[in-house]
Design a protein around this ligand. Structure first.
Ligand SMILES: NC(=O)c1ccc[n+]([C@@H]2O[C@H](COP(=O)([O-])OP(=O)(O)OC[C@H]3O[C@@H](n4cnc5c(N)ncnc54)[C@H](OP(=O)(O)O)[C@@H]3O)[C@@H](O)[C@H]2O)c1
Length: 225
């Protein structure tokens, strides 16, 4: 499958690329094509002389965000919450009709008390709902991966031993995402419901970060038991 990652030059982009290049063709997107290409080359050279390289049947390359959006069968929006509207405006007319769009975006900030969920404080929409509203022609928007630590995702040796909570209105694309989740060692997908419930998945991230900071926990995740 061709998996594009808008904002793929960031930490989450690196984790997704390294995990999924085993079976898929990954295209890292950036506002700057050259930056995307050089980040893609760096990831490939980092794993070149490791045992992991032997497992890879896919590829990693870089391109500008618009070209990535055009080419992808599944597109991850790995960008800050503040840039959802402008990015969706740039890509909405170029993405394929059948493209699945995935938002791992967490609207989060920090004050003197700790990390907090922006929509509850500033009366804004969840990231998932905002993506769905701004990509109204796409009926395959999925919200997922909010509670996964970038550090653990990038560490290809580590098993995540965690759940990821998933919201979508499109059950057909859910199976495709579940397959991708199962390709990440130790990660299990838990369906929460329609995209209107995305806030329930997103709000866990500031909670995890506060727990981590106050109790000196190293990159914790969440698992239902
Ligand atoms: N980091 C984590 O552990 C973690 C965990 C769960 C969920 N998340 C969520 O996943 C998403 C990606 O996380 P991240 O840590 O990889 O983010 P990041 O490093 O802060 O940003 C990712 C990429 O977004 C692009 N970007 C920055 N400003 C932009 C703008 N004004 N317009 C368009 N693109 C812009 C940049 O790419 P270019 O400059 O190359 O265009 C950047 O490399 C975020 O929404 C975050 O909330 C993160």
């Amino acid at each position: 499958m061709k998996i594009g990652i808008i904002g793929g030059t960031g930490g989450m982009g690196e984790g997704f690329a390294l995990r999924w290049c085993v079976n898929h063709d990954i295209i890292l997107g950036s506002r700057d094509k050259q930056r995307a290409q050089s980040v893609a080359e760096n990831h490939l050279s980092a794993i070149k002389n490791t045992n992991y390289a032997d497992k890879i049947t896919g590829s990693i390359k870089g391109d500008d965000n618009i070209s990535v959006a055009k080419e992808s069968e599944l597109l991850i929006l790995s960008i800050p919450y503040e840039n959802i509207q402008s990015t969706c405006k740039d890509i909405e007319n170029v993405i394929n009709e059948d493209c699945i769009v995935v938002s791992p975006i967490v609207p989060m900030s920090r004050n003197q008390d700790g990390f907090y969920y922006i929509p509850f404080v500033d009366r804004k929409q969840s990231a998932g709902a905002l993506v769905a509203e701004n990509l109204s022609k796409c009926n395959k928007v999925i919200s997922a991966f909010h509670t996964i630590s970038e550090v653990k995702l990038k560490n290809i040796e580590s098993s995540l031993d965690a759940d990821t909570f998933i919201c979508t209105d499109n059950k057909e694309s859910l199976q495709i995402l579940n397959n991708l989740v199962s390709e990440i060692d130790g990660l299990r997908s838990i369906y929460l419901g329609p995209i209107s419930l995305s806030y329930q998945a997103e709000v866990m991230t500031p909670m995890i970060l506060n727990a981590s900071k106050q109790n000196k926990l190293k990159h914790p995740g969440i698992k239902l038991v």
